[in-house]
Design a protein around this ligand. Structure first.
Ligand SMILES: Cc1ncc(COP(=O)(O)O)c(C=O)c1O
Length: 219
């Protein structure tokens, strides 16, 4: 596949990403996109779109009754729905804090952190918001969440190609991004990044053939 991000060579692979995804077509390490995202090709998988990536993580993330996913009122509707479904199924809460206008980057970090509770398991937010095109302070939110031991997941559907993107510098545990928007790649070109070091008891979204040798099921 040739696109604005260069030539993509796919390989079928078995990546566990702390159990989030197994057997999916991934970017071969060293390809242009992996390098463009801060050399993280080994931790990327190819997904059809950001919505799929959000569903993959939402359905893999271990949630218990009473747990909380903290987010904003600015999220994309399909992704809200993905989280609302798993929260309804698990007894967790999907809690949206209201980001007021005019937009103030520092205030957003404070707002989210002031809403954190002992039940907050993950903070999920858009890098660039859908209808309002606000750039949320991704690295700052991730750093503050990390200090509190809370995982982070960024919906970067609109970020690749619009703003510089260094996944290491941002420091999110999960990041999805579309290449078929601002990179002008063909429809169906998106990535999911999960930090290899992330471990929060994620379950497995999908099993592939090689999983039978290396996966212990949690039944
Ligand atoms: C912030 C955000 N997230 C996710 C999406 C969904 O993108 P896709 O349909 O490629 O999954 C959009 C679509 O515009 C969006 O604006």
């Amino acid at each position: 596949m040739h696109s604005a991000v260069g030539s993509w060579r796919w390989k079928e692979t078995q990546l566990s990403f702390s159990g989030v995804v197994l057997q999916i077509y991934s970017f071969k390490p060293g390809t242009a996109l992996g390098q463009a995202l801060g050399g993280r090709a080994d931790e990327l998988v190819f997904v059809p779109n950001s919505t799929t990536g959000v569903n993959v993580v939402a359905q893999s993330f271990a949630l218990q009754p009473g747990d909380e996913i903290l987010t904003t009122n600015l999220e994309y509707g399909a992704c809200d729905a993905a989280w609302q479904r798993v929260c309804a199924q698990s007894g967790a809460q999907y809690r949206r804090v209201e980001v007021s206008l005019p937009f103030d980057r520092e205030a957003v970090v404070k707002l989210l952190m002031s809403a954190v509770s002992s039940r907050t398991k993950l903070i999920y937010f858009s890098h660039i918001t859908s209808t309002t095109a606000l750039i949320l302070p991704a690295a700052e939110i991730c750093a503050a969440a990390r200090d509190r031991g809370i995982a982070t997941f960024i919906d970067g559907a609109h970020a690749p190609g619009q703003i510089p993107l260094d996944l290491d510098a941002i420091g999110a545990d999960f990041y999805v991004g579309n290449c078929h928007k601002w990179l002008c790649a063909p429809k169906g070109s998106a990535f999911l990044h999960a930090r290899a070091s992330f471990d929060a008891g994620c379950d497995c979204y999908q099993l592939g053939i090689r999983a039978r040798h290396r996966w212990s099921f949690r039944l």
